[in-house]
Structures are given as structure tokens and as C-alpha cells.
Ligand binder design. Structure first.
Ligand SMILES: *Cc1c(COP(=O)(O)O)cnc(C)c1O
Length: 266
């Protein structure tokens, strides 16, 4: 927050007017969540728009732990969410939510052509052409509406809760493995588990560890870089079918991979 305030002060000193601050409600990289309440306060004190990037983690707000993690998001002027991530829906199911819809109308509404009848525009029946750049558009909302109608919101809440539980379970199990270190994150973060070989091992070995686990064909992991840890291995638990069986198999694969690496070194 100190850094944010300093950047805003620098901008003002240079003659710029800060117009927007973006906070992240769950980074794709590590699942870390910004202090959204504090960012909202600073942005609004400065007369700037506060956008919350909740593409990755927004729907965790359906769960109690997610609501605690995303505290302050309700103060955002706009929020972007990807239902194709934390709502498990088909790709391309994204939405931009705004607090004050009039602002979108001001930006995007164009007078209708003479041949078009006036559209109905009421809260339950929005004319989306007035709220975004598209006129003719797909019925994208169906990809979210139908699964929600079919399964009910509670099914999504239960499944998201399960992912948070699985991330804790995975972190705890990996922590018991010899030669491996789980990068402990702030208690409030979304289900991404970061780990690496313990001791002063280099990036190449961690990349090799990731490749070995993937080569078993059971799970797909990626590597990423964290400022204080360098190259680390990243497990992102965000598929509706990922369960304890998958996680247990992954732990076996990690154990096997660490052993392979150790044997190679000796
Ligand atoms: C995925 C993601 C985006 C980009 O969203 P797309 O739907 O892939 O275009 C932006 N921000 C965060 C935090 C994300 O996780």
C-alpha cells in the first residue's frame, strides 16, 4: 500500500492524474489476494476508479473462506470474472460487473439507427448493446445460466470448497516428503500450491522435477517464478473433477520424481 501511495504521489508530481487502480482478487501465479479493502480506500480517496481483477478467483466468493479472502471487493467500481475458471464453465464465459451501469451506458451507448425499434431497457432485461462495444452478440450468458439452473448455486459452492480443502491437503502431504519444501503462503490465498526441492537447489532441477511429474501422465503442473524463491513448481487445483484420488496420485508421482532426481545426482 505504501508503494501504491508513492506511485500515485509520483504521478501527481509529474503532472498526471491517476484514473484507475487495479487490485488482484487472486493471482493466477500463486493465488495471492491483494488487500482489496485498503486499495479501495486509497483509490477512492484519490478520486480514482477501482477495478478488481477477479478473473481467476472471483467465484470463490460463493464460499465462506473465499468471502474472507476477497473482503473489500464489494467496494470495487468494476470487477472482471472468468466463469471459465472458478465456475468450471466453457472457455469464453467472462463478465465485467460494474457498480453503476449508467457509466457503461455513457461510454458505449449509441443512438439507435432509424430502422431499429427502441429496445426495452430495464434491470431484468438489459439491452447489452448499450453496455459494451458489441451490437450483434452471442448469447454468452447461456453458458453460465444453464449450469446454474441445472445444478444450483450450492453445487458450485460445495465444489469450490472442495478445491480449497484439496489445496490444504496437498500442501500438507507434500510437506511430509523428504527433500521437498512447500512454499508457505499467506493463510488467505486461493487453491494454488507452490513447492520446490529443498536446500539450495537450482532452477534447472526444479524444472526437471516438474517435467518428471508431468511425464507420468496423471497431472499437469507448471513452473513459475516467485521473487524470493526463483523457479518453483505450481499446482493449480481448479478442475471440477480433481479429487483426493488425483491428489494422492500426484503426491506419489512427486515422491517418485524426487527419488529419480536424487538417484541421478548420486
Ligand atoms: C485468466 C486471467 C486473466 C485473463 O483472462 P482470460 O479470460 O484468459 O482472457 C486476467 N487476470 C487474471 C488474474 C487471470 O487469472
Amino acid at each position: 500500500m505504501a508503494e501504491l501511495c508513492a506511485r500515485i504521489a509520483d504521478d501527481r508530481a509529474a503532472g498526471f492524474r491517476p484514473v484507475c487502480v487495479v487490485g488482484t482478487a487472486g493471482t493466477t501465479n500463486s493465488g495471492a489476494v491483494d488487500d482489496l479493502a485498503a486499495i479501495a480506500r486509497i483509490a477512492h480517496e484519490e478520486g480514482a476508479w477501482f477495478h478488481a481483477d477477479a478473473c481467476f478467483g472471483g467465484f470463490f466468493r460463493l464460499t465462506e473462506r473465499g468471502r474472507a479472502a476477497l473482503r473489500g471487493i464489494e467496494d470495487a467500481d468494476s470487477i472482471s470474472v472468468d466463469a471459465h475458471k472458478s465456475l468450471f464453465l466453457p472457455h469464453g464465459s467472462s463478465a465485467l460487473l460494474v457498480k453503476d451501469r449508467v457509466r457503461l451506458g455513457d461510454a458505449f451507448e449509441i443512438p439507435g439507427a432509424a430502422y431499429l425499434p427502441g429496445f426495452v431497457d430495464e434491470p431484468e432485461l438489459a439491452d447489452f448493446a448499450s453496455y459494451g462495444p458489441e451490437l450483434s452478440r452471442e448469447i454468452r450468458g447461456l453458458t453460465a445460466w444453464l449450469p446454474l439452473k441445472m445444478h444450483g448455486v450450492a453445487a458450485f459452492e460445495t465444489t469450490l470448497d472442495e478445491k480449497i480443502d484439496l489445496a490444504h491437503y496437498l500442501a500438507d502431504r507434500l510437506a511430509t516428503l523428504d527433500g521437498l519444501e512447500v512454499v508457505r503462503q499467506h493463510p488467505i490465498h486461493l487453491p494454488v500450491v507452490i513447492f520446490k526441492l529443498s536446500g539450495a537447489r537450482d532452477s534447472v532441477l526444479n524444472a526437471e522435477l516438474c517435467e518428471l511429474v508431468c511425464s507420468r501422465g496423471n497431472v499437469y503442473l507448471t513452473t513459475t517464478e516467485l521473487p524470493e524463491h526463483g523457479l518453483v513448481v505450481r499446482a493449480c487445483i481448479l478442475h471440477h473433477q480433481t479429487d483426493r484420488t488425483v491428489v494422492d496420485r500426484m503426491v506419489d508421482d512427486v515422491e517418485w520424481s524426487v527419488r529419480v532426481l536424487r538417484d541421478k545426482e548420486n
